[in-house]
Design a protein around this ligand. Structure first.
Ligand code: NAP
Length: 458
């Protein structure tokens, strides 16, 4: 994919970038390796001061950054600004908590293992390669960068090729906060150039957020080199509504669960399983809510969501819907690509979706919901788990036993009860099955890329 800013709102090519040459890539790796040696001499307090300064800079530039994100990938200005401010909050969280998250531990009394002292320490490992997607251009990268830098690692960011200006902004931000040159920088390279980087001994691990195919490719290259990876991949999250739930509230929030970020969110609800007793009530409100959304100019007031980020992405959505309709799905609203410039696609609800249809199993990265009626909580759980993915879930019920059952049996990295799935700096985030492995955020996230070192003294 060429490295370029192409407006999803107009289709116009706004800026193009040459991929970095082999010499430039080498200079970035060398600088990151050198910065790692410098970070080793710093304290948590020093790194926290730099991190807070970087957060302040980001907050002070939130309007400009939000405009840049909206321009590059099409989300609304309001949601882009929210993302910039959330990223700054995440940076402050790790500035404040990294030392506590990584405090040495004594797992058992030293004398129980024949020692006079015993420490488990969490030490940084070196340069980490971060391959990131365009859908949350700032937040996805920051939720790796903030814990990594606070732990004392350094980062090389390979961002998605359609958000190069957001990538370059991030590549400069931490140095502007005070971190040594090279501690976090952007490599302008295409996806195909990533795997060979894992052969470089100075790159010690990799994290990738993106599609299953990209994740598998990076994990394969890392595996050949005995390097650790964390993968945050796709999802077909469920939204389960049981009769005891506040059905009207569920139906209202169900709209945003699907159309947030123009439907291009890994944790967007994609499959809706609604108990037959409340199906009609839910479906009427949900479909009306979806039909009332406005897909439009991301910079304009009154827009619910912007265009899809890429032309290819919209084609993928169109193909999934066309395949479902050809095989008998019913379109309750949306389903037709509008005329005119920009990669817009309307909020769409499909029903009568069957296993023969691609959308039954595949992730649809656009504002298309599949609505199913189920007869019991058991059926909802069984159908939820009949998926290659297991990222998160949103379940709606006011019955404690049912909630306990859903919490235990839904096979995913998260179960959010009577609310939408969200990420918080202090709460672990990640999936199971094809949704990936490892965790980001919280103490679990910051400990992914550390050497858990045992120091035993006789
Ligand atoms: P994608 O094509 O996999 O791209 C993601 C990143 O991987 C980009 O930087 C891309 O670079 C790079 N890439 C692509 N092919 C690669 C390869 N063979 N080797 C190494 N790097 C490669 O993903 P997308 O379709 O743009 O993004 C949407 C996907 O991300 C969805 O599946 C979504 O669910 C997932 N996602 C997951 C999470 C999570 O936390 N679990 C969060 C957000 C998104 P180029 O742009 O240069 O191709």
């Amino acid at each position: 994919m060429a490295i370029a800013t192409i407006s999803p709102t107009t289709g116009e090519v706004l800026a193009t970038f040459e991929p970095h040459t082999a010499e430039q890539i080498e200079a970035h790796i060398a600088a990151a390796d050198n910065a790692f040696k410098q970070l080793a001499e710093t304290t948590f307090a020093q790194r926290a001061a730099w991190m807070r300064r970087a957060a302040e800079i980001l907050e002070s530039e939130a309007d400009e950054v939000a405009t840049l994100i909206s321009t590059e990938m099409g989300k609304t200005f309001a949601t882009a600004k929210y993302e910039a401010l959330k990223s700054a909050t995440g940076m402050r969280h790790f500035a404040e908590n990294a030392e506590r998250y990584l405090a040495p531990e004594s797992p058992v009394p030293a004398d129980s293992v024949g020692a006079s002292s015993l420490d488990v320490r969490f030490e940084p490992i070196g340069v980490i390669l971060a391959v990131m997607p365009w859908n949350y251009p700032l937040w996805q990268a920051v939720r790796f960068a903030a814990p990594a830098l606070m732990a004392g690692n350094t980062g090389l960011l390979k961002h998605a090729s359609n958000v190069p200006q957001s990538a370059l902004y991030l590549g400069a931000l931490f140095e502007r906060g005070g971190f040594p040159a090279g501690a976090f920088s952007t490599l302008l390279i295409e996806g195909a150039a990533v795997a060979p980087l894992l052969d470089d001994r100075r790159i010690r691990a990799a994290t990738l957020t993106g599609s299953v195919a990209a994740g598998a490719s990076v994990a394969e290259a890392a595996g050949r080199n005995v390097k650790k990876t964390v993968l945050e991949l796709g999802g077909t999250d469920v939204f389960i509504v049981m009769p005891s739930a506040d059905v009207d509230r569920a139906a209202e929030l169900a709209v945003n669960a699907r159309v947030q970020n123009s439907g291009q969110s890994c944790i967007a609800a994609k499959r809706y399983y609604v108990h037959a007793d409340v199906y009609s009530r839910f479906a009427d409100r949900f479909v009306a809510g979806m039909a009332a959304t406005v897909a439009g100019d991301p910079m304009a007031e009154g827009t619910s969501f912007g265009p899809l980020a890429t032309e290819r992405g919209r084609k993928d959505v169109e193909e999934l819907v066309a395949d479902a309709v050809a095989k008998g799905a019913t379109v309750l609203t949306g389903g037709t690509t509008p005329e005119g410039a920009g990669w817009f696609y309307p909020a769409t609800v499909l029903t009568d979706v069957t296993p023969e249809m691609r959308i039954y199993r595949e992730e649809c990265f656009g504002p298309v919901a599949c609505l199913y009626s189920v007869d019991s909580v058991e059926e909802a759980i069984e159908r939820s788990n009949d998926s290659e993915f297991g990222l998160s879930s949103s379940v709606w019920s006011n019955d404690d036993e049912e909630i306990a059952l859903l919490g235990r049996r839904v096979d995913a990295g998260g179960v959010f009860v009577n609310g939408l799935t969200a990420s918080f700096p202090a709460v672990p985030f990640g999936g199971v099955k094809d949704s990936g492995y490892g965790r980001e955020l919280s103490a679990y996230g910051i400990r992914e890329f550390v050497n858990v070192k045992t120091v035993w003294r006789a």
